[in-house]
Design a protein around this ligand. Structure first.
Ligand code: GDP
Length: 297
């Protein structure tokens, strides 16, 4: 992941670190290249602009250009700013699952990896945190999606709410809440229906479910390969439903890393996890330090 962005920035920084004295014009030129690399990696223009501005403010000071290793200083500033853009200020990355049963609402477009991610998170909470988890699919339009979640549940040893035909999403959400309470579960995942595009029907349904379910977390699952579209989807969902975080899937693919960088800056919401494959354990918590390190190579 992030290969292309790393490579681009790598050559800029190689040159910078080799250079001894650095003029402000050198820094300007290098940052222009950084900006181009960011745009080519699908970082949105306003975010790239803000990023460069933030770096420039810190990089063109006397202390940097007159220092013994100006190139390395600029690289460090870029690194620090990357971490800041990716992570924001001190967001907790653990899921809020105290006070059981905690409901986690999973939202996103069809095909984003929502059902797979729901199961991955459930497995993680069960295996790593010893939590009792209940899964419920609200995708009444697609019986196959409901069955897919139940099958994954069996595979990972996690219970799922029995499927009752003819119920609405809100009715299923209510039944799931009751079951989670009665059954002594710690965490309830509600896997909402996705659609190919954002439309009003989808948003109305997710809002209705949210109001009934009162989720502790609302996680948006977006396909990391879709670049700028992923950021637009996140902006829409955040405005209409309110999300507490993002899971970026398919980060094992050869996508450009720009979505990750824009996501936090544009939506103000943190990336909490990244999906790194189809297997049930191919999920990692998102760590800004590590990702910034990878971007810089
Ligand atoms: P949904 O429609 O949003 O629920 O999407 P699914 O969970 O059914 O996922 C669609 C496809 O994407 C499936 O074939 C998944 O195995 C695959 N998938 C999900 N997450 C990842 C990921 O992080 N990496 C890769 N390579 N594939 C993924």
């Amino acid at each position: 992941m992030f290969e292309s962005l790393s490579e681009r920035l790598g050559s800029v920084f190689d040159r910078l670190t080799k250079q001894g004295a650095l003029s402000e014009a050198d820094v300007e030129t290098a940052l222009r290249e950084v900006r181009t690399a960011l745009l080519e990696a699908d970082v949105s223009l306003p975010v790239a602009r803000d990023f460069i501005k933030a770096v420039k403010v810190r990089a063109t000071g006397q202390a940097v250009t007159k220092s013994v290793t100006p190139g390395q200083q600029v690289v460090k500033i870029v690194h620090d700013e990357l971490v800041r853009f990716l992570a924001g200020d001190g967001e907790p990355d653990a899921l809020k699952i105290d006070n059981p049963p905690a409901t986690i609402l999973m939202v996103g477009l069809q095909g984003s990896g929502k059902t797979t991610t729901t199961a991955k998170l459930a497995k993680r909470l069960k295996d790593k945190n010893g939590k009792r988890v209940l899964l419920a699919s609200l995708d009444t339009n697609r019986p196959a999606a409901m069955e897919q979640l139940a099958i994954l549940g069996t595979q990972i040893g996690v219970d799922s709410l029995p499927i009752v035909k003819g119920e609405t999403a809100v009715q299923i959400a209510k039944r799931a809440k009751t079951q989670a309470n009665l059954g002594g579960y710690d965490v309830l995942f509600l896997d909402t229906a996705g659609r190919l595009h954002i439309d009003e029907v989808l948003m109305d349904e997710v809002q209705a479910v949210r109001d009934i379910a009162q989720p502790r977390e609302t996680l948006l699952v977006v396909d990391g390969l879709t670049g700028q579209d992923a950021v637009n989807v996140a902006t829409e969902f955040n405005a209409k439903v309110g999300i507490s975080g993002v899971v970026l899937t398919r980060m094992d693919g050869d996508g450009r890393g720009g979505a990750a960088l824009s996501m936090r800056a544009v939506t103000g919401k943190p990336i909490r996890f990244v999906g790194l494959g189809e297997k049930m354990d191919a999920l990692e918590t998102f760590e800004a330090e590590r990702v910034a390190g990878r971007i810089l190579g």
